[in-house]
Ligand binder design. Structure first.
Ligand SMILES: Cc1cc2nc3c(=O)[nH]c(=O)nc-3n(C[C@H](O)[C@H](O)[C@H](O)COP(=O)(O)O)c2cc1C
Length: 731
């Protein structure tokens, strides 16, 4: 509940302040350059801050006819206002504090920065503008605090707040990771901005403390001998005003950072001290922190933070749009529905899949109802319950699903129903799809609920292909004709025309496998590991193939002909010169890592396709290939490419397991076991493992790698999955 309040507050606060925040962040970023420009004066003075005030007063008095005041700015540049008969030495100018000599005239304020400062402070709207800016600063404080609370919740608690954020390549990752990094500077910007506005509107109580001193010093002494001047260095001085006349009642006024002192001009005695309240000292500090005055380093932090605020506004908008897009619209009520789909989703991607299923079922004239797991209730006409849920935190439910398990126990079910649980998660997390597993366990134990005997389907990275396969099988088992869309990407990738320039076919006792070398009509960049989407004629569903590249850089597909496979048969009948349309889809998560460590490529069957390209890519990595196939004959198709890569030296090692050759029958996982020492070293030294091929092969390889970790006393295999060393594209 609290989580929802923070989320809505975070959202509405940002929306309500967005325009001012945008302007403030842009102008703030520009103004961050002001301290840098200020520091770049055309003169250089060293160790100014340690000059004793008495020495400077002495030099000024001897050098100029009359001195009005001296001021020390935030960069310890010293300005003096003097009278002199020489026009060059009259007026206010920068001086060398070590000898009082004129250094430079005071440059005119930079008109551009003055203009931007004015806009940043008041949007040119004078007092009302300052008020809006003040409110915006305050809202930014609240946005930062609610953001912090959300990030704590996302990480699974305060203690885990500082633990590694898993990079799932989502915009949320950038939002949270950058937010955690820049939270403190942003809070400082927001707090100091608010403080300065309150100060400007005199909302802060200021009570000076005045101390009137007994005049203990009686003898007249030269200025340079005044104890207070001798004991003060320029680092503490803001301003020293000299007496206007020689009248004893006319004092020196010395402004320090924390107090103002009046000094008798004959005796040097302190006549009156006015101590500034803490609130006024804070105002100076707020000004310096908010503007970066005096520190180039801090002004750079302010620049980065202002740019980050702009990025947060962008990423926050994208995240909100993703969530809003996933709002549910039902046609049938909970009471009417025969099929109920319940979802556990935090960021909307599971909801999006559920909505796709809902629409297809509605199209197939099914009475279906979609809702959050939290709203679980008694459904009088239910026959099929479909649970689609993500997992968060440390294996916990998403926020729209945490009530489900309790409600399941408390709700009476009056007739039996079938239930299918599908988990969505990521291998990056130690507790992969844990919440889906928990639901599966609890529903299996329920008397009225029938669950399939096999383990629930657990899907990594929202793999649509797997989900679609499941939905197709499930609907077919119920006699429902389901027409699910071919792909779910929001952006429609443009179609490209491909021409077959070479075709090779190999047939053994088991399979017919073939490769197609393709030329693209338009030049389009692609990398091995990207996907080629093809919709066969008279079909609506798209098939995705992993893209490889041959040694010449042409696009290469490796396909197994399935007896009833519509797409594989369509591609199989294409001869050299034939053309077809398809889309190239980036698959960044399965590109060859840019590394100088080892990369172990593991595949079975046609899963070798992306690796056929990778072994020819220029790389500093040390590549070795493990490939599982049935017979020597099937190797013929890839032999030339692999041998060429070995000759070039881009592929260091090639290990092949033939599963149907009688004498040497083997599987890839056994080859890994054979090379366990190398594999263990590669894991330990941060090497990557890329897997492409069947899910069965992936599971067997995972088990083998897990065994190697245990045997070689390495951290658990999960650790390597979590830190991104294991990349998969399996189906
Ligand atoms: C902060 C955070 C924690 C996560 N924790 C887990 C986890 O423990 N186990 C898991 O399998 N996936 C975990 N995931 C991955 C999500 O479950 C996965 O990305 C899912 O597809 C998100 O679905 P949704 O967009 O519908 O919320 C986590 C993701 C995030 C951002």
């Amino acid at each position: 509940m609290l989580h929802k309040i923070w989320r809505y507050s975070h959202f509405y606060l940002t929306v309500s302040s967005s325009l001012f925040l945008l302007l403030a962040a842009i102008t703030g970023a520009i103004l961050a350059f002001k301290p840098i420009q200020n520091k770049l004066q055309p003169f250089k003075v060293e160790q100014t801050e340690n000059v004793v005030l008495a020495d400077l007063v002495d030099s000024l008095k001897t050098k100029y006819e009359e001195v009005l005041d001296l001021e020390v700015d935030k960069n310890y540049f010293v300005k003096a206002s003097v009278f002199s008969m020489e026009s060059e030495l009259d007026g206010q100018f920068y001086i060398n504090p070590t000898n009082g000599a004129k250094l430079a005239n005071i440059p005119k304020p930079n008109a551009f920065f003055e203009f931007i400062t004015d806009f940043h402070r008041s949007l040119f709207l004078k007092t009302p503008g300052r008020f809006f800016v003040g409110i915006t600063s305050f809202l930014l404080c609240l946005i930062a605090i609610t953001g912090l609370l959300l990030a704590i919740k996302r990480q699974g608690g305060f203690i885990l707040f500082f633990s590694k954020i898993i990079n799932d390549k989502s915009i949320q990752y950038n939002h949270v990771a950058l937010g955690r990094l820049l939270l403190i500077p942003i809070i400082i910007i927001a707090f100091t901005g608010t403080y300065l506005s309150m100060d400007r509107f005199s909302l802060l109580p200021k009570n000076n403390t005045e101390i009137v001193n007994e005049n203990t010093l009686k003898n007249q002494i030269p200025f340079a001998e005044f104890p207070i001047f001798k004991n003060t260095t320029l680092k503490d001085v803001q301003k020293l005003e000299f007496p206007f006349s020689t009248d004893a009642e006319d004092y020196f006024t010395l402004t320090l950072h924390d107090k103002e002192v009046q000094i008798h001009q004959k005796t040097g005695a302190i006549v009156r001290t006015t101590v500034f309240p803490f609130i006024q000292i804070m105002s100076v500090l707020s000004f310096n922190l908010h503007t970066g005055t005096g520190s180039i380093l801090w002004s750079l932090v302010l620049l980065i933070s202002s740019l980050a605020i702009l990025y947060f506004m962008y990423s926050g908008t994208v995240i909100s749009i993703q969530r809003l897009r996933s709002k549910i619209k039902n046609k049938f009520t909970a009471n009417q529905a025969n099929i109920v789909i319940l979802i556990g989703s935090e960021n909307g991607s599971t909801k999006r899949l559920a909505k796709t299923l809902l629409l297809s079922l509605l199209k197939a004239n099914q009475k279906v109802f979609l809702d959050d797991l939290n709203n679980y209730q008694n459904y009088p006409n239910i026959e099929q319950l479909i649970v689609l849920t993500a997992t968060y935190g440390q294996g916990e439910p998403p926020s729209n699903a945490h009530l489900f398990l309790d409600k399941l126990q408390q709700t009476q079910i009056d007739h039996s129903l079938d239930c299918h649980v599908i988990g969505f998660g990521s291998f990056s997390y130690p507790k992969f799809c844990e919440f889906a597993k928990t639901i599966f366990k609890q529903t299996s134990a329920h008397q009225q609920i029938n669950v399939p005997a096999e383990a629930p389907l657990l899907i990594h990275n929202q793999n649509y292909k797997q989900f679609k396969n499941w939905a197709t099988n499930w609907s077919q088992s119920l006699g429902i004709q389901l027409d699910l869309p071919t792909e779910l990407t929001a952006k429609k990738t443009k179609e490209t025309t491909f021409t077959v320039i070479d075709k090779e076919v190999v047939k053994d006792n088991y399979d017919e496998t073939f490769t197609l070398t393709l030329a693209l009509q338009k030049r389009k960049r692609f990398l091995p590991g990207d996907l080629l989407g093809i919709i066969p004629p008279n079909e609506s569903s798209e098939r995705l193939y992993s893209i490889g590249k041959n040694a010449k850089g042409d696009l290469l597909l490796s396909i197994k002909k399935h007896t009833h496979g519509v797409c594989s048969n369509y591609l199989h009948q294409l001869e050299t010169g034939a053309k077809f349309n398809g889309t190239i889809q980036q698959n960044k998560e399965f590109h060859l890592p840019k590394t100088n460590k080892t990369v172990t490529l593991i595949a079975n069957g046609t899963g070798i396709a992306p690796f056929l390209g990778m072994v020819h890519q220029p790389t500093k990595a040390n590549l070795s290939l493990y490939w599982g196939t049935r017979t020597h004959t099937s190797f013929e198709l890839y032999k030339t490419s692999i041998l060429k890569a070995q000759q070039k030296g881009t592929l260091q090692q090639c290990n092949i397991a033939f599963s149907k050759e009688v004498t040497e029958y083997n599987y890839v996982q056994n080859l890994l076991a054979r090379d366990e020492n190398t594999i263990a070293n590669n894991l330990k030294n941060g090497g990557y493992f890329m897997l492409c091929g069947s899910l069965n092969m992936r599971d067997a390889v995972f088990i083998q790698l897990e065994k190697i970790c245990i045997k070689h006393h390495l951290p658990s295999f999960e650790t390597y999955k979590n830190n991104g060393q294991i990349l998969t594209d399996c189906y």
